[in-house]
Design a protein around this ligand. Structure first.
Ligand code: FAD
Ligand code: NAP
Length: 559
């Protein structure tokens, strides 16, 4: 079938043979699966370009101490091969970064993926050539390759945010970013260390550095609502039970909002039960750990402010219980935004760090960091001296990796111009005016609110199905109609407006990067609803898309 597909496509295309059928950018969860799917199942000629020196993506770059996933590994892993999911053994409930990186290297070895990946190569220009119906993909190594399909597997959280303060070049001590952690050992012993940022990365690194540094100073702009992760060794009985019905469990996961089957189902409304029942539910989910509290308690906590108050107050109360000094506790308790309107964070001894004598919290909400200095950093109020500064300040999420590639579509239109007021996509995977571009887990898909390996598989499968459809019908290009895209953007914004998310400065809203358009970057109706919509699109024969043959429209339809 594979050879036939290629021949059909080549016969249909009145274009010179491109260098590759598909270029894939990125060798994380998405790029590895895209290579396997397109090369081994569709028989396409595929080239993967990766900026790093190895596979792993997120898990290649984020090597900071304490880095681990917060979705149980038995879920946070590929489902596409039952053999793979049966044979791999996770040592912990929530695997650490080194173990996830080992897993992704194992996948690359097992499916012989390395040979088609070019490492140490950053894509810096991607231009659509209408005359040949190909993408021209250029790299920082000075090469340009052509391909019929361009698959961005560049990730959502792969471009660290530019620091908002000056002076990163003048600090004479050691300076690290969690999202670009060095490969050599970093020793905190006997050092005065600063960590800037208290999101998911910050709280993981703070917990570890506190144990070793002579002194750790945490610069906090906004406190987080961290709840217990409850990690531990993998439970063999639980693993065996899951493996006995792994494919069924994966299918059940895909039919949930977030791509995970929890130990408890959420109840419809926090306001529909008595305060005692509510408390019982929160206590139960608190003990279960991880996403149980946010995703398996009540369904209305991010849509109804009164419901949200109940969980926000509950978590605040639990945080206070963790901190010995009541005044310090108040500075660690979030008060300026509702729980769950920033991406939930999970801790294991994060709050304990503040009970140590060698840890100081500096609140920079009113006195921002203005610059790093040769000996440390300066806030609007004070100067501080450090041997080491760690930036845990987050990412230019969702749109950043795509825009950094300088993508230019049909008629010279730049993606950056098209998205100047926020992303415009259909299903978060295709963009009108950018034929044969597939954005795996792109903005306006459920992506980061969906257990990511499953989200990745769904999107790669969608792209592969679309390519198969093109080849089978002898078409050259596919892109969504402007009408379908407009409707998708409206639907995304309407969903966001029905939630509490727009009121909070989060990366979900693009609000963590100065100057970035403030729009919701994630489709909020849930992975299950989204999957249904995608299925309807495919079963309906791609009616929301324009298809061309030799540059001529074969069908113009309105979504
Ligand atoms: P990535 O893993 O980000 O891979 C993208 C790759 O593309 C990178 O290797 C990058 O170098 C490469 N790339 C980007 N641009 C270019 C370019 N222009 N040229 C060449 N190469 C390029 N999600 C969860 O669901 N659960 C979790 O527990 C979880 N934990 C996380 C922990 C951390 C520390 C972070 C940062 C994210 C976490 N995430 C988690 C989200 C995580 O990003 C995804 O789960 C998943 O790893 C994304 O895989 P990906 O292949 O789509 O992208
Ligand atoms: P983040 O959630 O965006 O957190 C960044 C932190 O840096 C915030 O506390 C932010 O404060 C602070 N900050 C940014 N600029 C600052 C400045 N100029 N001065 C002071 N503080 C500043 O980024 P992240 O922690 O890297 O996490 C990003 C995402 O990656 C997560 O939401 C999650 O999806 C994923 N992740 C997951 C895990 C996991 O456990 N599985 C671990 C790490 C990351 P403000 O809130 O005030 O902006």
């Amino acid at each position: 079938m594979s050879d036939t597909l290629i021949k059909a496509a080549d016969a249909a295309a009145a274009t010179p043979h491109p260098d590759f059928d598909a270029v894939v950018v990125g060798a994380g969860f998405a790029g590895l699966y895209a290579l396997h799917k397109l090369r081994d199942q569709l028989g396409l000629r595929v080239c993967v370009l990766e900026a790093g020196s190895g596979v792993g993506g997120t898990w290649y770059w984020n090597r900071y101490p304490g880095a681990r996933c917060d979705i149980e590994s038995i879920h946070y892993s590929y489902s596409f091969s039952n053999e793979l999911q049966q044979e791999w053994e996770w040592s912990e409930k929530f695997a650490s970064q080194p173990e996830i990186l080992r897993y992704l290297n194992h996948v690359a070895d097992r499916f012989e993926l390395h040979e088609d990946i070019t490492f140490d190569t950053r894509v810096d220009s991607v231009v659509w050539d209408d005359s040949t119906a190909t993408w021209q993909v250029s790299t920082d190594t000075g090469h340009t390759v052509s391909a019929r399909y361009f698959i961005s597997a560049a990730g959502n959280l792969s471009v660290p945010k530019e620091p908002e303060f000056a002076g990163t070049d003048v600090f004479t001590g050691e300076l690290y970013m969690t999202g670009k952690w060095p490969h050599h050992d970093v020793d905190f012993t006997g050092k005065r260390v600063a960590v800037i940022g208290t999101g998911s990365s910050g709280i993981q690194v703070i917990t570890e550095v506190a144990k070793q540094a002579e002194h750790l100073t945490v610069f906090q702009r906004t406190p987080t609502y961290a709840t217990p992760l409850r990690n531990g060794p993998a439970d063999p009985d639980r693993v065996a039970a899951i493996k006995a019905t792994y494919p069924e469990m994966r299918m059940a996961s895909r039919n949930t909002q977030g791509g995970i089957v929890f130990d408890r189902d959420p109840l419809p409304s926090a306001m529909a039960v008595t305060p005692e029942e509510r408390r019982r539910v929160y206590d139960d989910r608190w003990e279960l750990g991880g996403f149980h509290i946010s995703s398996a308690s009540f369904n209305d906590i991010v849509t109804d402010k009164a419901a949200n108050d109940t969980i926000s107050n509950y978590v605040r109360e639990r945080i206070r219980e963790c901190i010995n000094d009541p005044a310090l506790a108040e500075r660690l308790v979030p008060t300026t935004y509702p729980y769950g309107t920033k991406r939930p964070t999970f801790e294991a001894a994060y709050y304990d760090a503040y009970n140590r004598d060698n840890v100081t919290l500096v609140d920079v909400s009113d006195a921002p960091i203005t610059t790093l200095s040769p000996s440390g950093l300066r806030t609007a109020h004070d100067d501080y001296d450090f041997d080491m500064i760690i930036l845990a300040t987050g990412f230019d999420a969702m749109t950043g990796p795509l825009l950094k590639m300088n993508i230019t579509g049909r008629n010279g239109q730049r993606l950056a111009d098209k998205w100047a007021r926020g992303p415009r996509t259909f299903l978060g995977i295709q963009v009108h005016g950018f034929p044969n571009l597939f954005t795996i887990t792109g903005p306006q898909s459920p992506s980061v609110l969906y257990n990511m390996p499953l989200a990745v598989e769904d999107h790669v499968d969608f792209a592969a199905d679309a390519i198969t459809y093109l080849c089978a019908h002898g078409y050259n290009t596919i892109e969504p109609t402007a009408e379908a895209e407009d409707a998708w953007v409206v639907q995304n914004n309407a969903l966001a407006d029905q939630s509490l998310l727009p009121g909070t400065n989060s990366w979900w809203m693009g609000a963590n990067v100065p100057g970035k358009p403030r729009v919701c970057l994630v489709f909020l109706a849930g992975a299950n609803v989204y999957r249904g919509i995608c299925e309807d699109v495919v079963n309906g024969g791609y009616h929301e898309f324009s298809l061309t043959l030799e540059g001529q429209p074969v069908r113009e339809t309105v979504g």
